[in-house]
Write a protein that binds this ligand. Sequence first.
Ligand code: SF4
Length: 391
Amino acid sequence: MTTAAYVHIPFCRRRCFYCDFPISVIGERAFGETAPAINEYIAAILQEICLTPALGLPLKTIFFGGGTPSLLSPGQVRQILTQLEQHIGIEPGAEISVEVDPGTFSQAQLEGYQTAGVNRLSLGAQAFQDELLQACGRFHRVQDIEHAIAMIKNIGFANWSLDLIAGLPRQTRADWEFSLKAAIQYQPTHISAYDLVLEPTTVFGKNYRPGTTPLPEDEVTANMYLMADQLLSKAGYDHYEISNYAQPGFRCQHNQVYWRNESYYGFGLGATSYLKHRRLSRPKTRSTYYQWLATLPDSLEEIERNSELDRWLETLMLGLRLKNGIDLNHLAQEFPQAWVESLIYLTKTESKLKITNHHLHLTIPDGFLFSNQVLGQIWNLEERWALANLG
Ligand code: SF4
């Protein structure tokens, strides 16, 4: 059952120093219909939606991610939604999210998104200190965040998320505490608190090493993680995923589809779709994506299925990110009993891995904090088991 769609909008005003996403830097003025590159790309997305076999059920979640989707005009968002509606269908009340970056949109634009059907915004604030924003190459400043939030509130968007990043160069514990408290004060319904990841091809990846100056030491970043858990939980946010917190009733429905390893459509360059156990990644530049569109396979059956072992490992890696973890009954229906038993056995020696109400999950906050370590153990164990059993 596929009821989720991701649409990738790859344009950004500049490239942030930590970012290795598939994007096109389009300059500081390009926007909406006035930018030929954006128009051309929207036409390609509309074509891809049209060429994709619809699997029967209307969409319950749609997520415009990027890049900077707020470089699209309301008319362009509407065009894409109309194409999805006509080709696949959209369920009434579906969660329709758009990522928006401070300093890239107006109130009239947000009102236009809302009229087009958008009912959830995700604001990339990242930090509440101008020096930190500047040091990571962000386009916006704190004043832009404040203005963006005022617009979101004026319009009365009932469901909106705010993103923060921990572990930035020269970020102190006090900076992080200030950013968390500022976020709480604005009362978004959802907060994402990510740890900086050093990707090798980025400015940061080339210049910095984890845990060494000017990046905070590992002990400090661990402390920041625990601080987020403590402050946000105390403020009424449910720590429902390793990096995500929500007020009651406001978990991100779309992202939960990924974490449950369920299927979803993907549209646009660099996007991945996961349909009928087939994961399909699109090329990461505009020109290669446009060429790829011309050769899109007619049928999903032409794409190789993910192996059972891949699906098993993905299901564990993704599902254990969730507070609720993974339903063991569901695992037992999908995968060999011996694999499930090996997992249950691991809970006897690994205290950060628990079973509650027949769900396998990490403990909070320690299991979440050391999730890589626990997942590494599972990975080794499961790979050995699977290879032995498959061989
Ligand atoms: S705005 Fe987002 S997608 Fe664009 S460069 Fe910065 S981090 Fe990457």
